[in-house]
Structures are given as C-alpha cells and as structure tokens.
Design a protein around this ligand. Structure first.
Ligand SMILES: [Zn+2]
Length: 579
C-alpha cells in the first residue's frame, strides 16, 4: 500500500491502525506534485483501550493521545499544564507499582524554578519625559525587590560585545550602566560567569537593543524564569532593555561616547516580583532481582515538557505544507522565503489538506514527537518490566525530566542532585523524538551537509561509544540478537557536527559525570518545534519497534556480569559540552 495520490486523498480513519500492516508510504524526496502524499490519516483526537503488559503500537497511541492532547497546552515547564502532564506520568507509575524515587518518598523531584515579572507600578522618567513599560523599556527581573533610580549616576558602559571598551567593575559600582549593542550582536548581554563578574557591582545594566527584539524575545524577557539550584545566590543587577528613543534622551546629544561618560539622570523605581513556578522531574525505580547487583541502576529517560502555546493562532495545514516544502527540518531549518514554485506547491498542498479535514487555527505546540513519544515509550517499557515475571538483576531508574526545552534543566538538576548515588548509575538510555523517522522525514544532515532521511527501521544512535565502546557494541549486538531489524544511523554523531545533537538532550547531563549513555532518536522532521507536531503524524508501529529495542538493551545492560566498561576520558561536569 504505497502512497498513490488517489489513495492518499481517501480518508480511511481506521479505529485502531494495526501497526504491523501499516506501512510507511514512501514519499518521494522533495514531493512536489502539489498534492500531499500522506498515509491514511490518523484521527485528530482519540481515546484508546487501557494499556497492556506488551509494548504495542495501540498502547503507545492510547498514551500519546492523552499526553500530547491540546488540553495539555504544550506542557511548558513553569505552568499548570506541566503539572497536568507530570501528574499523568505519576498516576501511571503509581498504578504500575514502581518504587517512588523523588522527594520525600514521592515520585516527584521538585526543581527550584522561579518566575520573574515587573510590576506595572514601575516607572522611569528622564527629565520630564516618562517612559512606558513594554514599549520604551523592558525589565528582565531576577529577584523580588524594588530599585530606586532617583539620584543614581547614569554612565555609558561601552559596547556590549566588546569588553575592551568597557568600564572596570569598580567604576560601574552603584551606577546605572548603559551599553550600546551593535546590530550584528545579540540584543542580550552574554550571561557567562566572566561577564556576570564584570557587571556584578552595577545597580542596573541597561542595553540599547529593544528595537531589535522580536515578539518571542520580548515575551521571554518580560516573563523570565530561572532555576536557582544553589541557595547562596548573588543577585545580579537587573537588565533593562531600552529603545533608541530612550538612548537619545540619555545621551541628550552628548558626543562623548567613551566608557564612563556621564549620561542624563533618571527618576522613578523598578518593582520586580519573584514567584515559585511549578517544575518537577518524575522519578521511579524497578528494583533489581540480584541482591549483589540491585544497588546499581540502568537509567532510562525522556523529557516531559515542551514549549507551550502562544496567543497568535496560525492555520495548521498552511504551516504543515509550508514546512514540508520550505523547512523540511522544521525549526532546525533556517527561516526561508519560498520560491514562486514552492509557493504554488504550498498552496496546492494546503488546499488538499483543507479538503481532507477543513481549515483549523492552531497555537498549541503539542510536542507529540518532542518528547511525547519518548515519555510514553519509557512508560510502556516500565509497564512491560513491572508486569514481567522475571526482573532484571540490576535496578531500573526511570526519570522523566522537566525543562529540557529550557536548557536541560531537569536532567542537570537530577544529576547534580541524584536520588540514588550517582556512581551507582551504570548507563543512561535517553529517548527524545522516537515517533517519526519515515522516508519522507528530513531527519538531519550529515556533517558534510547532506540531507538525511528516515526509512524502515530507522533510528539515530548518538553518543553510544563516546564513553564506553562496549555499550555501543552492545547496542549492535542487541539489535542483531533480538532481531529488531533496526537500521542505525550514526550520521548525527560525528565529531564537530554542526547540529551538535549530542549536547541537545538530557543524556548529556549524565555523560558529563562520566556515565555512559546512548541517545536514541528517529530524528528531525518538518513538524519539529511547530504547532503541527501532533499525535496523528506519529508512526506508532515504528515507535513500538524502537521501544522494544530499548527494553531489550536495558535488560541486557542490567543483566551483565560486570558494569559496562568506561574506556574514554570523562568530561568536566561543569565544562561546556563538546561533540
Ligand atoms: Zn526534545
């Protein structure tokens, strides 16, 4: 049953599409016919049967349509939807009778996440000119406090991306320091420790870059979040972003642009708020059966969050068609202006999709593949072990990490504050986006820049031999011995690969401590980080095959008569990730 365009137009919504006989339609590379060559479309919403012990496509479908439903609103960490999503996982692991391994005897490990906002009662004036919050200036709050501006010296600090032009930290002390930001540089000031130390004594750091910030950036600044893991934090000066109008008022026509030049004074105060925001890992254990080995753990993980929703709905099918034609790797493809021919194709595809199921406004990033598929696959693997007659010798540690999309927050916090001794974790198997990998999906690029595509049994392995050659070899042996028939693509694991995916998911937070890892993904696609990453586009048969493989790999490592051997140098846990 291959994709013949006629068939593709026929909507055959099967109640449960049995994974075995559903074959991935081979979408010819760069399908340009103008009509979308899609498989029989899965339903937009769906309620499946209760899950079973076996790892099946039907179970994965049951779970994913719950976890990536619109009602989860994209599961952004720090929101109530994150609580809804992690509650689903918690209910499942509790139902399966796994041992809680979070805080205080529960399944949750809370992250010290805080939301920051600026009170609308804040005010800034330069002379008689009152500035308006949001249009003239934006504050990136970072503590609960009020900063008074009256009488505080205002000085020019230099050019943001050239510290040689800057005042010294002593000269900045107690002042409002204004930085120019060249159009080629980021509108933000780098946040590395060296820069933080240079500006630490200023009372406010002001950047002339607001005009260059898009809506997404402004939203990020206005409602910033921070993970405060160390209690002895030093509160940095808040960053205030102003527009060119304000800069003109500050310089008041002054021509002296050397660092230290005194600028116009300000009056008013900045009122900032700090609020605890919900963020939690879900952690559970299946105890091992061997008294001598059950104190060691094979960790299996995924991330439970995605990027949420926005308030500017788009037409679902137009986005889908646009990306299929012009941005095959979704957010990983550079934004591009389509050619006239592409525009024609996009229009034709959008029309045919609208014919298939009517137009639909969409503003929710469901994250079905990213990382709903990893999350529910780990749940399926946990269920199969929890109900199995025989347990592995070593214990299994299941961790659903929070805040991966924000910067690997949950896995960094877990590996900094593990709930089992870190040394007892012998390996970590990470699943992030394991539900696609079809022939029509652009799964990434080789180091040389050739486009990679999926296909039958497609799975990318990343990092599998970076700390333990043995672990990487074991993956191959399990695939062969278990007759999983997977086709491993190591293309994204090359040293120096520009997409650095070895550094872009939770496994790296384990690897940095010298724990051998395997990162498994079916790779990118045109719905990556788009509102179109929804459950109906997932390949459940393929996903079940990957989950069964990971189960087998975990069992193999857990039953080894020795710890997998680490035969490569361990990175510096606090150092930058290098692929
Ligand atoms: Zn992800």
């Amino acid at each position: 049953m291959r994709s013949s365009l006629a068939v593709a137009l026929v909507i055959a919504i099967a109640p449960i599409v049995s994974a075995q006989n559903r074959r991935e339609p081979t979408v010819p590379r760069g399908a340009t016919t103008g009509v979308v060559a899609t498989r029989a479309e899965l339903p937009r919403t769906y309620t499946g049967k209760p899950t079973t012990e076996a790892i099946t496509a039907a179970d994965l479908m049951t779970r994913l349509y719950i976890f990536a439903d619109d009602s989860m609103m994209g599961r952004e960490v720090g929101t109530k939807y994150h609580l809804m999503a992690t509650s689903y996982i918690e209910r499942e692991v509790r139902r399966l009778g796994l041992v809680p391994a979070g805080d205080n005897g529960g399944y949750f490990q809370d992250l010290p996440l805080f939301d920051y906002s600026t009170d609308s009662a804040s005010s800034i004036a330069i002379g008689a000119q009152h500035l308006s919050l949001g249009s003239d200036y934006l504050v990136m709050a970072n503590a609960e406090r009020r900063i008074t501006l009256d009488g505080v010296p205002v000085v020019f600090g230099g050019t943001s991306n050239d510290t040689t032009t800057w005042m010294s930290p002593e000269q900045m002390a107690g002042k409002i320091v204004v930085f120019a930001t060249p159009s080629t540089s980021s509108p933000m000031l780098s946040n590395n420790s060296a820069i933080r130390a240079r500006v630490a004594r200023a009372s406010v750091v002001m950047l002339v870059s607001l005009d260059r910030m898009n809506a997404g950036f402004r939203g990020f600044v206005a409602r910033s979040q921070q993970l405060l893991s160390d209690t002895t934090r030093t509160i940095a000066p808040p960053r205030v972003f102003v527009n060119e109008r304000v800069a003109a008022l500050l310089f008041g026509g002054a021509t002296d642009k050397r660092a230290g030049a005194v600028l116009s004074g300000m009056s008013g105060s900045l009122l900032m708020h700090e609020r605890r925001a919900p963020a939690r890992n879900v952690v559970a254990i299946l105890p091992g059966s061997d008294p001598a080995l059950k104190g060691q753990y094979v960790a299996i993980g995924a991330h439970n969050d995605h990027v949420g929703f926005n308030t500017t709905p788009v037409d679902h099918d137009s986005i889908r068609a646009f990306n299929m034609v012009a941005r095959p790797q979704g957010a990983d493809s550079p934004p591009t202006a389509p050619t006239a021919a592409q525009v024609a194709r996009i229009r034709a595809m959008t029309d045919s999709l609208h014919k298939l199921h009517g137009a639909r406004p969409d503003s929710i990033f469901n994250g079905a593949d990213d990382d709903g598929t990893g999350t529910v696959s780990v749940l399926e693997i946990a269920e199969s072990f929890a109900k199995a007659a025989v347990r592995p010798k070593r214990s299994l540690l299941f961790v659903w990490h929070a805040g991966e999309e924000k910067g690997l927050w949950g896995s960094a916090f877990y590996t900094d504050h593990p709930t089992v001794s870190r040394d007892s974790i012998v390996a970590q198997l990470n699943m992030d986006m394991v539900g696609r990998g079809g022939a029509g999906d652009a799964t990434g690029e080789s180091k040389a820049g050739e486009r990679l595509h999926g296909g039958p049994g497609y799975l990318q392995l990343v990092g599998s031999r970076r700390l333990s050659t043995e672990l990487g070899d074991l993956m191959e042996a399990v695939n062969t011995r278990g007759k999983h028939g997977l086709n491993f693509d190591y293309g994204m694991d090359a040293n120096g690969h520009p997409q650095v995916i070895y550094c872009r998911s939770d496994h790296y937070e384990y690897a940095r401590y010298g724990i051998p890892i395997v990162f498994m993904t079916t790779g990118g696609h045109s719905d990556y980080h788009q509102v179109t990453d929804e459950p109906q586009y997932i390949d459940y048969g393929h996903m079940a095959g990957v989950a069964r493989f990971v189960r087998d790999a975990a069992l193999t490592v857990a039953n080894l008569d020795h710890r997998v051997v680490v035969d490569h140098a361990k990175p510096d846990p606090k150092g930058a990730c290098v692929q």
